[in-house]
Ligand binder design. Structure first.
Ligand SMILES: [Zn+2]
Length: 122
């Protein structure tokens, strides 16, 4: 079993049923499972690994993306599709999407990087 203590969290956003936001927080993670959260004085001060956030970071639950069209990333900037209503937007973009090729994979990569950067999970 390995433990991780994340301490000196400026604000820990729990998203629990009371929507608590804990200032001066800490978190204990055991084997990749969050075991305890609370104000830092309430939690053990030792662990196998300690990450000190120096009261400069907000910690919140990961965002879960339940639906995404990776191949459409690059077509967001097609000039003819800007400021269209839905039907005209689709009329412009469907012909592009109908011709999937290696550029669809290239199009997906920036979005994957963005999701990694914002810690979005699938
Ligand atoms: Zn969709």
């Amino acid at each position: 079993m390995t433990t991780l203590l994340i301490k000196n969290i400026h604000t820990l956003v729990t998203m629990d049923s009371d929507r608590r936001e804990i200032r001066n927080a800490a978190m204990i993670v055991r084997d990749n499972v969050i075991e305890h959260i609370g104000i830092i004085e309430e939690l053990p001060q030792t662990a196998d690994e300690i990450l000190d956030l120096h009261d400069r970071h907000i910690v919140l639950p990961g965002l879960v993306n339940t639906h995404h069209h990776f191949f459409q990333t690059l077509t967001r900037v097609v000039p003819a599709a800007q400021n269209c209503d839905l039907f005209n937007w689709l009329k412009v973009l469907y012909p592009l999407w109908a011709n999937q090729n290696i550029f669809s994979l290239v199009s997906a990569k920036p979005m994957i990087v963005k999701f990694l950067k914002i810690v979005c999970v699938f």
